[in-house]
Design a protein around this ligand. Structure first.
Ligand code: GCW
Length: 663
């Protein structure tokens, strides 16, 4: 599929605009985003028989009025309803745009009742990070951990090194920005955080093309950010060093920032992965992460720019024999001591768990350890470890669990409250017809956006919102079936993959499918330590790596003790015998068998539920896409079940209490 091919409308099909489009809409004259609201109103009314007018000064009579009004926050909007008509007021076009899509979501309900409400995003920065390459990467391809085709921003050219470029036709990027605005996302970084030579040049000779991307995003109020290489002064500037204390290095970055903002006045800032998985960083010069981040922050500060500095730093050349090094500790050990040293325009971006986007991990203690730093929560919308957009896995429940997690004790705050720096997530979109590979993976993009706006929203409600708009015009039985398939699908995936918080057990490299010992003797620090007697990682203070002690009370005690550690995390914190009895009353080994059988049965039931409704769906391409992926999900779930169960039967020698078939 090329960038010009028509993309699926996702949750914005024409039918979803009918309640607005039937009415008379008046839109004030205003800034670029106000013009976008007017264009949206015109398109909706043309499609559904209403009317759209523009005005300056006093608003004319209309069913829906979009007006500019002072006194509201930058992105906020106020909705007033009376007698079947609605006024949306905001202090900028961005607010009006968010108000417009708010009405689309509500549909007819937007025009019922009376009253006034103000809506405002929880945090100022709600960003998606694309891991898109310009040149084909020999292992990762066009998009690192991408499961939805090629990049919508870049073309890899003829595939030869150096021939990649920003796409000539960026219409797909405009359509993407529209989807993002409709869910409240206001920023994207477009290139991979592993910045290779070709992508580094977006900062220099390719700046005019980066500016074209920014122009495609702007009508919908989405700002461009770029991932930059710490080594850029050497790689691009010909300097001998990228030491943050070197005057020439500072000058190089200041000039780079001046150039970028001259070309893109609303540019957002830089995203940096430094001293992580082979990326260059300040460690080479004996400097720490605060030294590095602050030097860049100084360069972008005159322009109001932001540095997103990632806390995903660990030793990836570990010796598996060495039990004293614990990857789970790494981000904390590197970053917690630096609290208070980062400049105001640095955001330290922290993955939600201490390892790496597994289906189940405890919440990263770093989030509670840096009260004097702007910390952002990082999630992974792309399903690297959760079925790679072949499996139907709705991640909304995982993210709400993360955002609502309360560290308690002295900090006494939820992750959402601690994430003062906002929200970031790895994007799941490519040039695929459905944007996301699996059509149902659109629900993850949707939920991420809506949760960044309001972390208190319910994952189930957001799922229904997504279904309501995406399948607008389909019958209620279809909506109910899709709801039932997705609502608990994250836990289903957990059941047939990695048990009790142990994680990984995936095929090395591409990370798809089971391989229980795949990472066991590698340098990556992701071990399960299963032997004939037991399994799990001892991360207690008493006898293990001490990781449990990095949490504030009461969590350090909760995780430290076998009496209180939650079942779903027991193997993350403890090494236990297979006969250990969980709080659920079953043994660890029997839990492994039971959940793997249950998980597969659940996928079988989901497929039956889907088959019962899919015949009547109008979008046959979507049905074909879902059918194909369900077949693969079932094949893969069975493979997971049989490999994991067989492995642990052979290791433990303990038979399944229910005598089911294990190989
Ligand atoms: O999960 C891991 C991925 C890498 C990725 C890294 C990161 C961009 O396997 O592909 O690199 O995380 O977050 O930097």
């Amino acid at each position: 599929m090329t960038a010009t091919a028509a993309a699926h409308p996702a949750w914005l099909p024409t039918a979803a605009f009918a309640p607005l489009g039937r009415r008379a809409i008046a839109v004030v004259q205003g800034d670029a985003q106000t013009e976008t609201v007017a264009a949206e109103a015109a398109a909706a009314t043309t499609a559904h028989g209403g009317s759209a007018v523009r005005f300056t000064g006093e608003a004319p009579r209309a069913d829906i009025v979009f007006a500019l009004e002072g006194g509201l926050g930058d992105e906020a909007f106020r909705v007033r309803r009376a007698d079947g008509s609605v006024t949306v007021a905001a202090s900028s076009g961005r607010g009006l745009l968010y108000g417009f899509f708010h009405l689309v979501r509500l549909g007819e309900a937007a025009f019922e009742g009376s009253g006034e409400e103000t809506h405002e995003p929880s945090r100022a920065i709600r960003i998606l990070n694309h891991w898109d390459n310009m040149d084909l990467h020999p292992v990762m391809g066009a998009v690192e951990r991408g499961y939805a085709g090629a990049s919508i921003f870049f073309s890899v050219g003829d595939g030869l090194p150096g021939s990649g470029h920003v796409r000539d036709d960026l219409s797909r990027v405009g359509a993407y920005a529209r989807l993002l605005a409709s869910i409240g996302i206001n920023a994207v970084s477009v290139n991979n955080v592993n910045v290779h030579h070709r992508e580094a040049r977006l900062l220099t000779d390719d700046l005019e093309h980066a500016a074209r991307i920014a122009a495609a995003l702007r009508p919908y109020g989405v700002r461009l950010h770029l991932a930059v290489s710490w080594a850029a002064p050497v790689m691009l500037g010909g300097l001998a060093t990228s030491d943050p204390f070197d005057a020439d290095v500072k000058a190089w970055w200041a000039e780079a920032a001046d150039r970028v903002w001259a070309a893109i006045p609303d540019f957002g800032g830089f995203v940096v992965k430094a001293d992580s998985e082979g990326q260059p960083g300040p460690f080479a010069y004996g400097r720490d992460h605060a030294d590095g981040a602050n030097m860049l922050a100084e360069a972008v500060a005159p322009h109001g720019g932001i540095i997103h500095w990632r806390a995903f730093v660990y030793n990836h050349t570990q010796d598996w024999r060495d039990r004293s090094t614990d990857r789970a500790r790494a981000a904390f050990d590197h970053f917690a001591p630096l609290d208070g040293r980062f400049r105001d325009n640095v955001i330290v971006q922290v993955k939600f768990g201490p390892m790496d986007f597994q289906v189940r991990e405890p919440i990263s203690p770093v989030l509670a350890a840096m009260p004097n730093t702007r910390v952002a929560l990082e999630l992974q919308v792309t399903q690297e470890y959760t079925g790679q957009q072949k499996h139907a896995v709705y991640l909304g429940p995982q993210w709400t669990e993360v955002m609502r997690f309360d560290f308690g004790g002295d900090s006494g705050q939820t992750v959402a409250a601690l994430a003062q720096g906002g929200f970031a997530a790895v994007a799941n979109v490519g040039d695929d017809e459905f944007w996301t590979g699996h059509p149902f993976a659109q629900a993850n993009l949707y939920a991420y956006g809506r949760l960044t706006w309001n972390p208190d929203a319910s994952a189930t409600d957001l799922l229904d919102e997504w279904i309501g708009q995406t399948f607008a015009g389909e019958d209620a039985t279809t909506a109910a079936a899709i709801h039932d398939i997705l609502a608990d699908s994250w836990r289903t995936y957990e059941k047939y993959t990695t048990p009790l918080g142990v994680g990984f057990m995936v095929r090395p490299g591409h990370h798809y499918g089971p391989d229980v010992d795949g990472y066991e003797y590698t340098p990556w620090g992701t071990y399960h330590f299963a032997d004939r007697d037991g399994i799990g990682v001892d991360r207690t203070v008493a006898t293990g790596t001490g990781f449990a002690g990095l949490y504030p009370s009461p969590w350090r005690e909760t995780y430290e003790s076998l009496e209180t550690v939650p079942d779903e995390l027991i193997l993350f914190f403890h090494h236990v015998p297979y006969a250990h009895v969980l709080h659920s009353g079953t043994t660890v080994i029997q839990h492994i068998y039971d959940t793997h059988f249950e998980g597969v049965e659940r996928v079988q039931r989901d497929i039956e539920a889907w088959n019962a409704v899919s015949g009547s769906l109008r979008d046959r391409d979507l049905v074909a896409g879902v059918d194909e992926r369900f077949a693969e999900q079932l094949r893969s779930a069975i493979e997971w079940r049989d490999q994991v169960n067989t492995y642990f039967l052979r290791k433990s020698g303990v038979a399944d209490a229910r005598g089911r078939r294990i190989y």
